[in-house]
Design a binder for this molecule. Structure first.
Ligand code: NAD
Length: 260
């Protein structure tokens, strides 16, 4: 049996950890013995995660708001007295449509959550991580963070930004022993991707089944990935198994060569 105890007792913050991929990451880390705090904007999801995973600390915060992030890290200090790992998971799908149809509000909101949120959380985390035990940061990007994605330019731009942010932080923080990596999931089976596919089908005027088939056939493995696949990769990156993995783009997408 594969055993790794390096996460036992580690203090981890997972942003948007109350639902979707973030919840699966939280579950995987709890299973590994970590002490996990999650934040989310959705109060009902926070209540559910505490009921499902007793011991998880749930804090309401919008990662794109500076005041919320300050209060979030104070709450984490209060609960754990420090931090060893930050998982910058929060991200929104953003608008679907051609460039001429996008509103500035939707564009700015996408960047505010997907990249400014990671900046605000990393900025608050780094002084704490400097005091932490084998500290690291994992930033969630996307396959759209190394490929173009027609009709999703705001999302793709924000996820390419995550890769540049990760590489820069890795160079900045390496000498302090803080590892920084990014995970690029392909299409992850779940409610969010189904909503994205439905929006795409509507915007293109194509049947839902056809657009769903296009999504799965884009991966060489001919299937979507699972939330557990992403959680496994994040857990690996936070663990001492990845002690010398730093500044990397970990692509978990069944080999996707193009997104449409
Ligand atoms: N689902 C996919 O197919 C997929 C693919 C590639 C990358 N990703 C990335 O993985 C991450 C998680 O995706 P997901 O599909 O689980 O997301 P999701 O849309 O299911 O949302 C998960 C949680 O994020 C919370 N949230 C939204 N905005 C927030 C904010 N401003 N502050 C705090 N919490 C907020 C929501 O309330 C929700 O509970 C995102 O960064 C996403 O871009 C997802």
């Amino acid at each position: 049996m594969w055993k790794d105890e390096s996460l036992a007792g580690k203090r981890v913050l997972v942003t948007a950890g109350a639902d979707g991929i973030g919840l699966e990451i939280t579950r995987a880390l709890v299973e590994a013995g970590a002490r996990v705090a999650v934040c989310d904007v959705a109060g009902d999801s926070l209540e559910r995660v505490v009921a499902q995973l007793p011991g998880v600390v749930a804090i309401r915060a919008d990662v794109s708001k500076e005041n919320d992030v300050e209060a979030l890290f104070q709450a984490v200090d209060g609960a754990f007295g420090g931090l060893d790992v930050l998982v910058n998971n929060a991200g929104v799908a953003g608008p679907t449509g051609g460039i001429e149809t996008l509103s500035l509000t939707d564009w700015e909101r996408t960047l505010a959550v997907n990249i400014t949120g990671q900046f605000l959380c990393a900025r608050a985390a780094v002084p704490r991580l400097r005091q932490g035990r084998s500290p690291s940061i994992v930033n969630l990007s996307s396959a759209a963070g190394h490929l173009g994605m027609p009709g999703r330019s705001a999302y793709s731009a924000s996820k390419w930004a995550v890769v540049g942010f990760t590489k820069s932080l890795a160079l900045e923080l390496g000498a302090d022993g803080i590892r920084v990596n990014t995970v690029l999931p392909g299409a992850v089976d779940g409610p969010r991707i189904r909503a994205v596919i439905a929006a795409k089908a509507e915007s293109l005027g194509k049947p839902l089944e056809e657009v769903t088939r296009n999504y799965t056939s884009q991966a060489a493995l001919q299937r979507m990935v699972t939330m557990r696949d992403i959680a496994n990769m994040v857990r690996f990156l936070c663990s001492d198994q990845a002690a010398n993995v730093h500044g990397q783009e970990m692509v978990v997408d069944g080999l996707t060569q193009a997104l449409s």
